[in-house]
Design a protein around this ligand. Structure first.
Ligand code: 3SL
Length: 240
């Protein structure tokens, strides 16, 4: 019997129910930009993050002055909010020790899609090796859930998922059965020498470039800038 653990990739929250039986741990990914912003916020001292699905829920939290409340839709900060989804907005001293409430177009939705999973962590390119080390240590069946764009496949999340698959498979301790995992690995192998260039024509890079967010894109596509691994506890995230 093959005693290796599985690592599989789910391309979109809409496909989650087809893959969920594979998972003891779900890694939620939204490289551009929600999960990169979440990692950056913890890296800069945020204590807790509450991902919420709707702008209305986020507005409720604004009544309490102890929270930083952030809302992004289609790449822009929602009117009436000071914070959105840029990792750079969390790189400041004032966020230390605070709780962030965050709603985004796809990333926080994917987080809630995995609500029935036993164990959920947050991955991105910026914490790639730390996520892999965590998965080696836990040594359970892994499912990587790409947030995609409005339930559609997206390249940047798939490449990040492929990087995790590649690292786990190369150890000989994990195996993959599904074509989605193999495809993600091959996409990563073709992109790895220049992820930024490879994604030049991708729809989300074009969308963010049109909003003058090139600096954010560069940051989010640069692997291994932090060893933070955000972990779900109850319905919020803490630094692992
Ligand atoms: O969809 C999301 O969760 C966002 O990360 C999208 S954006 O990068 O802010 O456009």
């Amino acid at each position: 019997m093959d005693s290796r653990k599985k690592v599989e990739v789910c391309f979109s929250p809409n496909l989650y129910s087809l893959h969920k039986e594979d998972a003891d741990i779900v890694v939620v990914i939204d490289v551009l930009r929600a999960t990169s912003a979440i990692c950056a916020a913890f890296d800069n001292g945020i204590k807790k993050i509450i991902p919420v699905s709707t702008v209305e829920e986020a507005i409720e939290y604004k009544r309490n002055k102890n929270y930083i409340v952030a809302a992004e839709r289609k790449g822009k900060i929602v009117d009436g909010f000071e914070f959105g989804n840029s990792p750079y907005s969390y790189m400041n001293e004032n966020i230390k020790g605070k709780t962030l409430v965050l709603t985004t177009t796809n990333g926080t939705k994917a987080f809630h899609t995995a609500k029935d999973a036993k164990h959920v962590i947050i991955g991105s390119l910026i914490n790639l090796d730390a996520v892999c080390d965590y998965l080696f240590k836990e040594y359970k069946n892994v499912m990587i859930l790409a947030s995609g764009w409005q339930n559609k496949f997206c390249l940047e999340d798939t490449i990040c998922a492929g990087a995790i698959v590649e690292k786990l498979l190369s150890s000989g301790k994990f195996t993959s059965e599904h074509d989605s995992s193999i495809a993600a690995k091959f996409l990563f192998l073709s992109a790895r020498d220049n992820i930024f260039g490879y994604l030049k024509a991708s729809s989300h890079r074009r969308r963010l470039r049109a909003l003058n967010l090139n600096k954010d894109i560069k940051y989010c596509l640069t692997p291994n800038q932090t060893d933070v691994v955000p972990i779900r506890e109850n319905d919020y995230l803490v630094k692992g």
